[in-house]
Write a protein that binds this ligand. Sequence first.
Ligand code: PLP
Length: 419
Amino acid sequence: MSSAPSEITSASTTFDIAAIRRDFPLLDRSVNGKPLVYADNAATTQKPNVVIERIKRYYEYENSNIHRGVHTLSEDATEAYEIARSCVKQFLNAAHESEVIFTSGTTESINLVAQSYARTNLVAGDEILVSELEHHANIVPWQMVCQQTGAILKVAPINDAGEIILEAFAELLSARTRIVAVGHISNALGTVNPVERIIELAHEVGAVVLIDGAQASIHTPMDVQALDCDFYAFSGHKALGPTGVGVLYGRASLLEAMPPWQGGGDMIKVVTFEHTEYNTLPYKFEAGTPNIAGGLGLAAALEYFMALDITAVMAHEHALLNCAIARAASIPQLQLVGTAADKAAVVSFNIEGVHPHDLGTLLDQQGIAIRTGHHCAMPVMSRLGLSGTARASFALYNTEDEVHAVFDAIEKVLPMLLD
Ligand code: PLP
């Protein structure tokens, strides 16, 4: 079934998969004596050379703390960090740089909104609406703020295919709903949620909307102004960038009115023991020395991604998904988990009588990296009556050959597992 890495042509340009793969050095290695097939992109993506080089150059040549120094190194690092912010603004199509807050990742971005926006604005009886599909990072911060404020967490149900039931979601909205927080794409099942409609419906009742974009950043076209969301969170490491850096986009009018959530250096203008004046946006939310190298690395990743033909990238990932679904369907013992009409290239499945961890371990011996378990989304697993799944998740540098390699290996180890 295998074929050589192919070139995919889109309307405007050519998507050269072989050239893209050469940009990611790790893809070249072998694991357990076999060529690596990396199909765990929903957990984290690999990094292109431009990102690795950018971080190296910073530490070799530019390392200095930002925003404070008058010396050249510090001024240069500050300028580079603020250019990185502009790059994120461009990637998100945010209206202003000041709406881009660097955080340590999606988790911190959501906690920031929970502790700064929700904790100060919500009172007992107010409601926060999430969905059954959410990652723990988009559940637990809201539970914590509900405990602090007396607000109530409501949960929109999903159907058996793993899609949010929009009618039920709409029925849960009311004047009491103050925040709606949903994922753009489910990490556990790959469902692409109808976030445009969800945002419209939420705004009709006056709720603010946070979109957890951890799985969406480089897998769907990105435009926070067109989406009209109030907050958008994503992680660098799932977007070809480094770990330990991420972004919270927030609508300026909301961010302006929110108090800082962490105090320290950089987030202030003046400090006396009697009174402290906070800094302007976005620095008000960036206390302490940030992950400077991470910010620069993230910008290098986003620049790399934006230079590609995004339509061709999406078409390529869709072809990988279709290939995976077709191969999965040809294995009778395999049940797909999550069959939404609109899906990203994330394929969750179970094999009757086989523990997902056992499958994952045997695939690893074949050089194949997939993820197994509850994927930090225990509520969706329990909704579907499962303790976990095996999950193969693909990104722009994966080939159809690799999709075949995953399913060829499953077919190969199946007799051992079912023995
Ligand atoms: N939300 C979703 C949908 C995710 O998939 C993840 C990570 O897997 C997160 C949030 C948390 O991201 P991070 O651990 O990078 O903060």
